[in-house]
Design a protein. Structure first.
Length: 154
């Protein structure tokens, strides 16, 4: 079955699909739906502070999308992709610094158990980003996680 382009679908139906608008941090359920449309698992929950959180996975690694700039758990303006890796006996600061010196969009650090964590922040305020732009960030995250797993020998 052929997929219709977004433009052709709009022309034929006269309406935008449910998530054809920009992806915005103010609508975590919409973001979860978009992630599912990309083939990802996306479980919408909340973090310890009551802000939205999406649990997902990529390339054999679990990750979370945390929402920031929220007011009482709503009206968020940014997200952060985050993945932590349980290594025995942990990792070291030099390895994290090597990552941070070479990578532009993601950052790495050690948690309180010396396990490596990778994060990537995306600002979605001022109207969010297009579906294509959000896909770019998801793809960038997926590549970063794959590269990071190699970097930390996971």
């Amino acid at each position: 079955m052929k997929k219709l382009s977004l433009g052709l679908a709009i022309a034929l139906t006269g309406a935008l699909p449910a998530f054809a608008q920009n992806v915005i941090a103010e609508n975590p359920a919409q973001m979860a739906d978009v992630l599912r449309s990309f083939g990802y698992r996306a479980e919408l929950t909340t973090d310890n502070g009551g802000d939205p959180k999406i649990a997902s996975s990529s390339g054999g690694a679990n990750f979370s999308i945390f929402f920031y700039g929220c007011t009482n758990g709503t009206n968020c303006d940014a997200i952060s992709f985050s993945a932590a890796f349980d290594l025995d006996p942990g990792s070291n600061v030099d390895l994290m610094n090597q990552w941070n010196q070479k990578k532009r969009y993601s950052k790495a650090y050690l948690d309180d158990e010396q396990d490596p964590v990778i994060d990537m922040d995306v600002f979605l305020g001022n109207g969010g980003v297009s579906i294509d732009n959000f896909r770019f960030w998801v793809d960038t995250w997926e590549r970063a996680v794959g590269d990071f797993k190699v970097h930390i020998d996971f």
